[in-house]
Design a protein around this ligand. Structure first.
Ligand code: ARG
Length: 641
């Protein structure tokens, strides 16, 4: 946790760093397998033009949502006296019974029995629900099982047509609908003058994916970098800076490694009393807005920022910085609001909010009158709800900060800023993740340094991938640029996927050997699977865009139907991943998709068969859904291997 400590002195808002858009470079490959380098504005323009094809009318919603609509109508007719019954629709556990089931009968029965109902148990309710379903092309047949469960077999024709429609209208039309319009994802958020560690890497990767999933689901996302850019540590940093550069000739090169600079100043602070005194006075000057101190502070922040940006650029992650210092001017007002609600009390000289069930209170003003991490987060939360009008605020940090966020959210509920019920909006969620462990099972670190430098880590992943490609003779087939871009896509993709595929709350073991394995559930395997599908299409010699316009998709073989249904379930998996803030749901979906594809490809001949056109369309649809999964996971796809 940031140890930033705040002073009660007010800062003018101009002191806050500008909201910064970090430009990012992302390279990717063209559909024909050639390399194309597109910088972010282009890429984003392209994405947004794609997005604009998904209008409110042509977004179909997930299969589950579409079925829910049908069952909602039936429920209204079946039990008109029960208003607002949410249809309970789930995929069937056993494919023998059908594809989906409606589970409302049992709970309806317990609600209406004894109230003079005509029904004699859950079974007849299920029968009636089934009978009252409006006619729909979606459904092939229905049956009743057990205590009134209505099993649904989807129409093969409808599945095929839905996939074909996606091929024509774009995969954006498959995006799920979520109940919020604007969300904030607070992620990455490293601390100034300190190295970004692997914990921040996890936050960056997980946060970026959550933002991408929400963006795909038509939510406007504010990607917030809540950097630790304020606190008493700046006193010693500034004084050390003044001593090292008395004439103000500061530059990145001159400072060198900020972490070392930080350590040197900390060492002086701890061992040199006059220096310590100067540092403490510097904090006061900084907080009073003294220009010389403000400039030095800004310089240190800027050098740090450039280091962070290098990592974001590599990862293709986009963030907007609103650091801790931004909220400083809002703290007194926020505390006043809480005070008016009688939530703040004195405790041992500090000012605190007592939270029921917690052993320690939430300290909002320290004993010396200074503000802290909690006061800033209270102001940031107030600002996000009231000024930015966010309906969902998501914080991505290690699980070690769970207690802090529990207290923060409870305080906001007590203040009436957030509803007391967790299922209502606006909502705040803490997305906690576990530690990164080394292969020895201990906290991940390298031999040379205590913390792992993120840039080195990414370099190593890329270099290992490049070596593997050269070993396979790709250096003879490809240009140096192609080799480099592929190694980057696979290497960085592997680092991201290894992190995302785990349930985020567990610790995860960082192992290059495991993540770069081309077999099993790894990005390497999945990227290769995608490239193989592209090569099937290329080798057919057919123009796929032409086939999309003129051909028809049929899912006659059972393995084709299984694959087709899996494709169609993409939207509800994204919906589930968003609702539970679990990126691993998308990873699991992607891995299963590649398995379903392998089964199909093993059992159904594509090129040269009578069903060639239909099967090529199924290959193309699979490749597109895989690419959207990669996009959501922040992984650049490769088109040939
Ligand atoms: N800077 C903090 C850290 O490194 C993370 C900040 C998370 N966001 C927040 N609003 N508290 O631990």
């Amino acid at each position: 946790m940031s140890s930033s400590q705040f002073s009660s002195l007010l800062l003018p808002p101009v002191f806050a760093p500008q909201l910064r858009r970090l430009s990012f470079l992302q390279s990717h490959f063209g559909a024909n397998g050639t390399l194309r380098n597109s910088c972010s504005p282009l890429l984003r323009a392209k994405e947004s033009s794609l997005r604009s094809m998904a209008t409110d009318e042509n977004i179909v919603g997930s299969v589950r949502q579409q079925l829910a609509k049908l069952f909602e109508e039936s429920l209204r007719v079946t039990v008109p006296e029960e208003l607002d019954v949410d249809p309970l629709i789930a995929p069937c556990q056993n494919a023998k019974f059908g594809d989906y089931q409606c589970n409302n009968a049992m709970s309806l029965w317990s609600k209406i029995k004894g109230k003079g109902t005509q029904f004699r148990g859950p079974q007849p309710i299920g029968q009636a629900i089934m009978k009252n379903l409006p006619a729909s092309e979606m459904i092939d047949s229905c049956s009743i099982a057990g205590a009134g469960f209505v099993n649904v077999v989807l129409s093969r024709q409808w599945i095929a047509e839905s996939i074909q429609k996606m091929l024509t209208d774009g995969i954006e039309t498959w995006s799920p609908r979520l109940p919020v319009k604007r969300a904030i994802v607070d992620f990455s958020s490293p601390n100034i003058a300190k190295e970004m560690h692997v914990g921040h890497l996890r936050s960056t990767i997980i946060g970026d994916t959550l933002a991408r999933m929400l963006e795909y689901s038509n939510v406007e996302v504010l990607r917030r970098n809540h950097v630790g850019d304020w606190g008493t540590q700046f006193g010693m940093l500034i004084e050390h800076l003044f001593d090292a550069f008395p004439h103000g000739e500061v530059s990145d090169q001159a400072i060198g490694d900020l972490e070392t600079f930080y350590k040197a100043s900390k060492q002086r602070f701890d061992s040199d009393p006059p220096f310590k005194e100067r540092a403490q006075r510097a904090v006061v000057s900084l907080q009073a807005g003294d220009e010389r101190y403000r400039n030095a502070w800004a310089q240190i922040c800027e050098i740090s920022r450039r280091g962070f940006e290098r990592v974001y650029e590599r990862l293709g992650v986009h963030l907007e910085e609103k650091g801790e210092s931004f909220y400083n001017p809002y703290i007194p007002g926020t505390l006043k609001l809480l005070d008016e609600k009688k939530l703040i009390q004195e405790s041992e000289g500090a000012r605190v909010i007592v939270i029921e069930g917690k052993n320690i209170p939430f300290i909002v003003v320290k004993r010396d009158g200074g503000y802290n991490y909690a006061s800033t987060d209270l102001s940031a939360l107030w600002y996000r709800l009231n000024e930015e009008k966010a309906e969902w605020i998501i914080y991505v940090t290690d699980v070690g900060q769970r207690e802090h966020f529990e207290m923060l959210f409870t305080a906001a509920k007590l203040a009436g800023w957030l509803p007391a019920e967790d299922n209502k909006y606006p909502k705040a969620s803490h997305v906690g993740f576990g530690l990164v462990l080394g292969e020895d099972g201990k906290r991940f670190r390298t031999r040379s340094t205590e913390t792992v430098k993120l840039v080195d880590l990414l370099d190593e992943a890329k270099n290992r991938c490049k070596a593997a490609l050269i070993e396979r003779g790709k250096d003879k087939e490809w240009s140096e640029e192609e080799l480099d871009k592929t190694a980057e896509a696979v290497g960085y993709g592997a680092v991201k996927y290894a992190d995302l595929k785990n349930n985020r709350t567990t610790n995860y073991t960082f192992s290059f050997d495991q993540m770069l394995n081309d077999k099993g559930n790894t990005a390497v395997y999945l990227l290769y699977a995608h490239a193989r599908i592209c090569s099937i299409i290329r080798k057919s010699g057919k123009d796929i865009d032409e086939l999309i316009k003129t051909g028809t998709l049929d899912l006659a073989h059972p393995d084709e139907r299984v694959l087709g249904l899996h494709l169609l379930q993409f939207a509800e998996k994204v919906e589930e991943a968003c609702n539970n803030l679990l990126p691993n749901v998308v990873c699991e979906y992607l891995y299963n998709l590649s398995e379903d594809f392998t089964r199909f490809y093993t059992n159904c001949q594509v090129v040269g068969s009578a069903e060639e056109t239909s099967r090529l369309l199924l290959c193309e649809a699979t490749a597109r859904v895989m690419r959207m999964c990669f996009h959501l996971l922040g992984i650049t796809p490769v088109y040939k291997i």
